[in-house]
Design a protein around this ligand. Structure first.
Ligand code: SAH
Length: 517
């Protein structure tokens, strides 16, 4: 006799780090990949959520300083306990380190009270990240051998302050205040009042480790005024101490050539973003936009008819992975599976499509030497296609090379649309807003088709409106063909590399940014 043991739940409290998704620990990342429930905070980098399985339960716990809380701390504790109790693998993801002003301790106490299992994983706290990314060594043998992390959230005027202002003002070398922007005037006044030199340098770092990091430097005496003037808002850290002076020579992050530049990267969904990572390495903040959206065809009638008589076809040809996924999804939706392809020979345009077919348990019978439509025609014609019935499931609009080439060789070609490329309307509206709001410095295009799709997505009435919208935005094109397409829309190409590679395009962008105007 077997007894079914109930799966035991467990909570994992993980530090997400300061925001840059690369700064989570390896252990933390491993755990995210196994989550069944994830409860995350405002400050936990959103990109980390991509590691979490899609079918997990995502709970946003909110908590943005000064803004209405999405859930109270009690509700969060309760959700955590309930989910673990029901046997779930629950991840509690918190910004920075959960034990540093993160209430991590309080949440774990609730689990202990409920007799539940947990594990905790530390994270890079924002103080450490802010110091590193602002070029401030938080301790330094020449200046300080002690550092304190202090909450700036407490009202320093309250009589029963738990911060020993008299001791920390002069007794600790470097002081880092979390959540201290609102109280900055009283924090600095308190430190001066208790004996810290008013000329002590202070750095404020907002959104540390993010491409849009912002920082300002002043002294205890004037920093509150500077922050007010520049309108610096949370989340930001305040670093007080002589170590701030090192910033003049160590400010590597903000000194990168594209730091602060907001660059739109247009791409198709499948493209791995080499461009994004190269631009980010140089300090840019990338706004990634898919310029097309893959949608079902307006009608499935033709595809369904072809699927119903699939066995009649001698060849089925796949020229893109979108076609493969859409075709097999339809096959499954109609209650069939890959066995329906029994008897058909299968051709793939290249290794990517052939690998994709393998995922459906099918091995391509034919793969051309040259991975193009022309290459495919040549390879198929060599097998003698005359009077052969050929099915090509593909996009609604596509090049005609394949069907024409095969028809010329005597094949009976059936084309069925299994998907269509449409401009993503909502993304287009969002992008227009960003451009009109002056939030975009540059557009990059790595192919002519992305130029066309991008323009379609913006949905301007004419080229004049397009040019007005893009006035002041630089345009980079990978090569002359893409550049020509840009010009055809009446736009100016500002950057075009001599060799047509992504790496060369980024080099040209960097050169442009570092050349004095
Ligand atoms: N547990 C977190 C701190 C949470 S308290 C940690 O270890 O970092 C929230 C405060 O942290 C914010 O008000 C801000 O002062 C600071 N903070 C968090 N992330 C930050 C970031 N990327 N840049 C600057 N400050 C940050």
């Amino acid at each position: 006799m077997t007894t079914k043991t109930e799966k035991k739940g467990k909570a994992y409290l993980i530090g997400a780090g300061p925001g840059d998704p690369g700064l989570i620990t390896v252990r933390g990342q491993e755990i995210l990949k196994k989550a069944e429930v994830i409860i995350y905070d405002y400050l936990a980098g959103k990109k980390l959520l991509d590691y979490v399985p899609k079918d997990a339960e995502f709970i946003y716990a909110g908590k943005k300083g000064g803004v209405k809380h999405t859930h109270t701390q009690e509700e969060i504790n309760q959700m955590l306990v309930d989910r673990v109790r029901s046997g779930k693998f629950v991840v509690r993801l918190k910004g920075g380190d959960p034990f540093i002003f993160g209430r991590g301790g309080e949440e774990l106490e609730e689990l202990v009270k409920a007799g539940l299992d947990f594990e905790a994983v530390p994270g890079v706290t924002s103080a450490s990240a802010a110091a590193t990314f602002a070029g401030v060594p938080i301790t330094h043998r020449n200046y300080t051998s002690s550092v304190a992390f202090i909450t700036g959230h407490e009202d320093p005027n309250r009589t029963e302050s738990r911060i020993a202002w008299d001791k920390i003002s002069t007794g600790v070398g470097t002081l880092v205040f979390y959540m201290g922007i609102k109280n900055l005037p009283s924090i600095t006044a308190n430190l001066i009042k208790h004996g810290r030199d008013p000329q002590t340098p202070v750095a404020i770092v907002r959104w540390a480790s993010m491409p849009y990091q912002q920082s300002v430097v002043g002294t205890l005496e004037n920093i509150a005024e500077i922050v007010k003037e520049q309108g610096i808002k949370p989340p930001a850290l305040t670093i007080v101490g002589d170590v701030v002076r090192y910033r003049d020579s160590l400010n590597w992050y903000e000194a990168r050539p594209l730091f602060g530049k907001r660059i739109v990267v247009t791409r198709t969904r499948e493209q791995a973003s080499e461009l994004v990572s190269l631009l980010e390495e140089n300090g840019a903040s990338c706004l990634e936009h898919a310029t097309i959206s893959i949608e079902p065809p307006d009608s499935w009638q033709e595809a369904d008819a072809a699927i119903d008589r699939l066995g009649d076809f001698d060849w089925v040809i796949f020229t893109s992975i979108n076609a493969i996924h859409s075709f097999f999804q339809r096959l499954l939706d109609k209650g069939f599976d890959s066995r329906k392809m029994h008897g058909c020979r299968i051709a793939a345009v290249g290794t990517v499509t052939a690998d994709c077919l393998l995922g459906y348990g099918l091995k391509a019978d034919l793969l051309p030497e040259k991975f193009t439509g022309e290459g495919l025609v040549e390879a198929l014609v060599a097998t003698d296609v005359s009077a052969k019935k050929v099915l090509i499931p593909r996009a609604l609009e596509a090049r005609k090379v394949l069907e024409e080439g095969l028809a010329r060789a005597g094949a009976q070609v059936t084309i069925t649309p299994v998907y269509q490329n449409v401009p993503p309307v909502a993304e287009g509206v969002k992008l227009r807003k960003e451009i009109a709001g002056g939030e975009v410095d540059m557009l990059t295009f790595a192919s002519s088709s992305t130029v066309h799709n991008f323009v379609a997505m913006l949905a301007c009435q004419d080229n004049r409106e397009l040019a007005e919208l893009l006035d002041g935005v630089l345009i980079a094109a990978i090569g002359p063909i893409t550049g020509k397409t840009v010009s055809e829309y009446g736009l100016r190409v500002d950057i075009q590399p001599e060799t047509y590679t992504i790496a060369a395009m980024v080099e040209a962008i960097v050169a442009q940014a570092t050349t004095p105007a």
